[in-house]
Design a protein around this ligand. Sequence first.
Ligand code: GLA
Length: 605
Amino acid sequence: DLQDLQKLNVFFLFLFSEFFHSFKVLPLRNHPETRRMNRVEGLRANSSQFTLERKPFLILGGSIHYFRVPRAYWEDRLLKMKACGLNTLTTYVPWNLHEPERGVFKFEDQLDLEAYLRLAASLGLWVILRPGPYICAEWDLGGLPSWLLRDPQMKLRTTYSGFIDAANSFFDEVIKKVVPHQYSKGGPIIAVQVENEYGSYATDENYMPFIKEALLSRGITELLLTSDNKDGLKLGGVKGGIVRLPQKPKMVMEYWSGWFDLWGGLHHVYTAEEMIPVVTEILKLDMSINLYMFHGGTNFGFMSGAFAVGLPAPEPMVTSYDYDAPLSEAGDYTNKYHLLRNLFSHYHSESQPLPELPPVHERRAYQPAVIQQHISLWDSLRFTDKPFKSERPVNMENLPVNNNNGQSYGYTLYETTITSGGALKSQNNVRDRALVFVDKHFVGVLDYTVQELAVPDGKGKRTLGLLVENCGRVNYGKTLDEQRKGLVGDILLNEHTLRDFNIHSLDMKPAFVNRFVCVSYYSVSPPTFVFPLGNMFFSFNILISLRTVMGNWLCSQGWSKGVVFINGKNLGRYWSTGPQQTLYVPGPWLHRETAYTVIFPHKHL
Ligand code: GLA
């Protein structure tokens, strides 16, 4: 019963389409053959079942986001998806990674969307593409680039000109890349999603028609669909959409196979025993399904979002996006995987058994890392650009850095001169967390809960420093326009407004990290296993003398808070508050001889 399923927090998709055709049974794994034959008609929703080439087609889908999986593992994860009995891959497209600065587009390496689509096609998987521009996905600002927030009037996800001009130029780039990969052109894309659960945002009734038109006018010809949660179902469609008609196909577009974790919260587990009966029931009802996620992967770098709905302050997401999904973060099979494979095998013809399970990747234990060198935060500042001087605090996004795109992620150090101690008040203008220093000595933390701090008295002029960390922008809910980071307003000392700041942008891009790892570090002698001091960058080498370099889990136990880089790649944040206690280290990111790691710990907590 649809209503029961809705209670189980599943997501539904509704479609619009113009034609009706009769249908015959189509075996699930036949599309490499259809690729070769002349294609006549792609996915349609004109009867109670989907049809592909005018034959009934049950979508057995799973989400794997290419940007959350090291490229070297794309094939491994997709083969495992195929071997589980799925026939369709769904993926979002993250605008913030593809256009890190306005007008600068990146589609290489990890972001080579076309290569991902070609790979899916070569393995015989169909694709449902979810190109945004907003994607939610527990991704910083729901995938929207932070430079949009430089405009103080910005109204994200509306037809406000500042937003649609930017969305148009992103779509100009991305849609022309995906158009040749559509079904009608011999590619794997059988459907394209219009935005993402707009029904739960619904601030501008012209917005969804605009996005739909933006796709159509750029050559998207496959079936369009929308996806909404139960509260948003009424408002999330676009004109022409068919909503909940009994004679239309039904699909659970996001069947949540698990859930994400927040720092400081509990680890979420959704057991196979709970999951399998529900999936079984969905399939019995002849409904199509997409497992969100089939394989979650990792929020590498500073890409994890934050959750704020119903909370007094945003709570940031952890680095892992394991999601308790059927295929684990490291690509391992789980109990859910095996049970689902068994279930899906019944939907395959006996003449075409499921492919053998691809082997799992071995992992290797390495020696504990020994710290060899360190550099203090203050000394590292010489490797950043010149600080920006400003009378008032300026939020990250509006700093004149990165070719005037502002600072998107990482840390910003605000320094000013003080001549007394007293009560330092943030007035809730710290986004999200500041380590406070007086003459480089740590005095405390300001965040959403602690908004006042005692600054000790001292003689003469001293430097007050606030090292503000952007812990991740909210990705869902009505507060997207308010996601500016750094200091977003005035700070008071003894009720006097602080002025005249020196602002250092520490966005921890690989160029910065690589710059200081190449030059003079202070040696730790003798080498040590423990972090002796706070607010330092540390480096240590891991000697890998094995033939094959293998991945592993980096255990951050005993470390308080920071980020880890391996060979210039940002593995993500760690935080002793948990629940995550290890960071995934993909084997292909380690080097044969030595791996160089840099950590930025906050020792003081
Ligand atoms: C919604 C969104 C997804 C994701 C899930 C929760 O369904 O559409 O992008 O955020 O919630 O994981």
